[in-house]
Design a protein around this ligand. Structure first.
Ligand SMILES: [Zn+2]
Length: 329
């Protein structure tokens, strides 16, 4: 969940909320850093201090007392912030941001300021990302039946370079608001850690090794589905997404409906048959709901629709070209 909190662009008025501050429990080690932050900058609220320590998570030891933290409450905060848009996740899967970038910025820009980042993302679809079972997107935070690693980053691939023989898509770095108390507090914390001369523990490597994603295949197996969400979102358009999602709702009705977003705002959207549901959804909404089910189920749905000629797959060469393009991206 931490990757989702730190991977989104925070609006200028971003406030982690009292609920977040109350839900987070610090270790005694984390408390010493909280005291340091309070002393260094007395403008920082307690929830901001909790957010800063949560974002960094550890140095020599963990800052956060994980068993003592109210995870459900942290989930609610992430759900609200994603839904309301105080944490913004870019939708990088179509050419919307690519086109907008070229309409507004010079090709050679590799970093955008906070204001420019906000301007780029304004009125664009909400991005869909997943870490573990946590799945964020236009429906806020929902939980998938399967664990994936598809995390949001502020470096987004939307730039072609001026080298005429290079067909890679390069990254643009979006920037957080640098005068926000959270950014200032994070910099104070980073400086303290850097100046301490003490190396960070290998906790991140350990935590990563504990982060089991659902995967049936080894890395050398060509049936491995690790990059599947990237492929899926690049290979099919909105109309095709609706067909795939409708088929998934028909074939896995009980499972997928039990996982649908529970917010009252969405209740009406899901009261009906699959055709009614998908007709009201944009591509990013379909994508978030599809990822509620595991990759094998999505692959089976696509294969079924291709077999029945409901999904029309272009000639082989073009698909290969598309695949190569997505892999290169
Ligand atoms: Zn290039």
């Amino acid at each position: 969940m931490r990757w989702l909190f730190i991977g989104g662009l925070r609006i200028k008025e971003y406030n982690p909320s009292d609920a977040f501050g109350n839900a987070i429990s610090l270790t005694p080690y984390g408390e010493t850093f909280a005291q340091f932050l309070r002393a260094e900058n007395n403008d920082l609220s307690e929830s901001e201090i909790s957010f800063i320590l949560f974002a960094k998570l550890y140095h020599e030891e963990l800052f956060i007392d994980i068993p003592g933290t109210n995870v459900e409450e942290v989930e609610n905060v992430l759900d609200n912030q994603t839904f309301e848009g105080s944490l913004i996740f870019p939708w990088i899967s179509d050419t919307i941001l690519y086109d907008k970038y070229y309409c507004n910025f010079n090709n050679e820009r590799k970093t955008l300021s906070f204001e420019e980042s906000l301007m780029l993302l304004k009125d664009t679809p909400k991005g869909v990302y997943q870490t573990g079972e946590y799945l964020v997107g236009p429906f806020g935070l929902i939980k998938s039946s399967c664990k994936r690693m598809f995390r949001p980053l502020l470096n987004i691939p939307i730039r072609s370079c001026s080298n005429p023989v290079c067909d890679n898509i390069h990254e643009i770095k979006l920037s957080q608001y640098e005068d926000s108390r959270i950014t200032i507090g994070l910099n104070i914390l980073y400086d303290k850690i850097r100046n301490s001369g003490i190396e960070s523990s290998h906790w991140s490597r350990y935590s990563f090794s504990q982060f089991k994603i659902d995967e049936n295949y080894e890395y050398y197996d060509d049936l491995r589905l690790r990059g599947f969400p990237n492929f899926l979102v690049g290979a099919f358009n909105e109309a095709e997404f609706r067909l795939i999602l409708a088929h998934l709702i028909d074939t896995h009705s009980k499972e997928i409906r039990s996982l649908f977003p529970k917010r009252s705002e969405f209740k009406k959207l899901f009261e009906g048959d699959s055709e009614y549901i998908v007709n009201n959804l944009d591509k990013n909404c379909c994508f978030q709901l599809m990822l509620l089910l595991n990759d094998n189920k999505i692959v089976n749905a696509i294969e079924f629709l291709i077999d029945k000629n409901i999904l029309d797959i272009p000639r082989k060469g073009y698909l290969k070209y598309l695949l190569l393009k997505i892999m290169a991206g």
